[in-house]
Ligand binder design. Sequence first.
Ligand SMILES: Cc1ncc(COP(=O)(O)O)c(C=O)c1O
Length: 484
Amino acid sequence: MTVHYSSANSLRLATIGANRLARLLGDWNNGSGPLHSRLADSLRGLVASGALTSGTRLPSERSLSAALFMSRNTVTKSFDLLRGDGVLSSRQGDGTYISTTNSSHSIRGDDRLRSFTDGDDLGHIDLRSAAMPGLAMVADHFNILDSTRARELVASHGYLPSGLDELREAVANYYSALGLPTTRSHILITSGGLQALRLAASIVTKAGSTVIIEEPCFRGAIESLRSLGVRLVSVPSGSGGIDVDELAIVVARERPALIVLQSTVHNPTGSVLDVFRRNRVAAIANRFNTPVIDDATLSDTIIDGDRRPVPLAAGSEQVMTVGSVSKSFWGGLRVGWVRAQPDVIAELAAVKGGQDLGTSLVAQLLASNLLPQIEKARDERLRTLTEARRLVLNSFSERLPSWIPEVPMGGGSLWIRLPVARATSFAQRVERAGVRVLPGSTFSVHDRLDDYLRISYAGAPSYTQRGVELMAECWNSCYSGVSE
Ligand SMILES: Cc1ncc(COP(=O)(O)O)c(C=O)c1O
């Protein structure tokens, strides 16, 4: 199934669905005062921040109350309040809209990464981020900052938009060891995989360009691509990765400016593309001359099967590979990269230079010392993730046997199917019981997939298990007899 999606600007003039609005509202009901005024305050905040703009049509009171797991009366009273203040207006028989506002905002995403900006002073069990804690060896390497090389670097001006040579070299070696011959000139160092993805997308698209993306896909990719104003067209992705037959059809029809996918450990499904599918994707890119971003940020967290597959880029020079030390060593380093053809790297370096003049050399120096130890990091991740995955799967089969997890081939999260499409409302409800999880719609270009949750098992197993216990209590008391 292929569904079209409009650009970020026209999106704002469209209807916003209940699931998406619930996600934007986040933890709106923390705080004091009657529930309806808390909800009204949060809606007002979304208008003030530009997340909801003039003319946006809101979901019905009934569907929003279901998504928020609240009484309809609460939603009705909050809409009444906002109508009284002029924030909302209603048209007879045609729903409720955001009134005309004076604020004008540039294109932005829609806050899918807010779990990283929300503080948690309420002591929730937070199973939203699948990011693992850093390896102990990262801290052990901090003493490198006292080295001769550090002194040498500090004696220079320190602005290197393409990246520190020894790190570019280490990344090139990393790919050559995977069977993809690479030199330093193929590598641009970035501030994490997310910046790499956005930069790479920005040089091959303009506002309105068509970009093919997986459904579901990494929430940060949706956020970044939306902020570029491109038109997103989705192709389904399941336990074997992207549906290659469908990809071929959609590329032939749409002639997109770019394809974005994750070949090697997909977030959120945990899939890894097999060799046959990899070859087919590469052949499509070659045949249609279409650039591909292969976001392989999670590739060092493979649990099952070949742990060092040959990168997709081995089959096509069209592929720009995104990588990072975030999942292997530590996200706090904020070091990632793009691997692409040297002329593309030169262009990317010019764009990155204009944006931030380069990534911190302190972090790059650390990363260049860590990356040669990638085998050790992979082994450590394998040990921890294998056990954490086994325990979380056991917990679910014991406590929530009607939920159907995909067994991930890598990474630190479960993509799990619920027996009813109530993930948004369940996520709202269970937050009140002290657990935070992400509904499937967070990973959907179309705000669908409300029959899925993504649950992290990247933290300590006892922490995850407590979360599963609380979810089971909440599910059994509120949803067990519910049907569509
Ligand atoms: C698929 C994918 N790409 C990119 C990123 C961001 O990586 P980084 O921390 O290196 O920016 C993540 C983080 O969760 C991810 O899951």
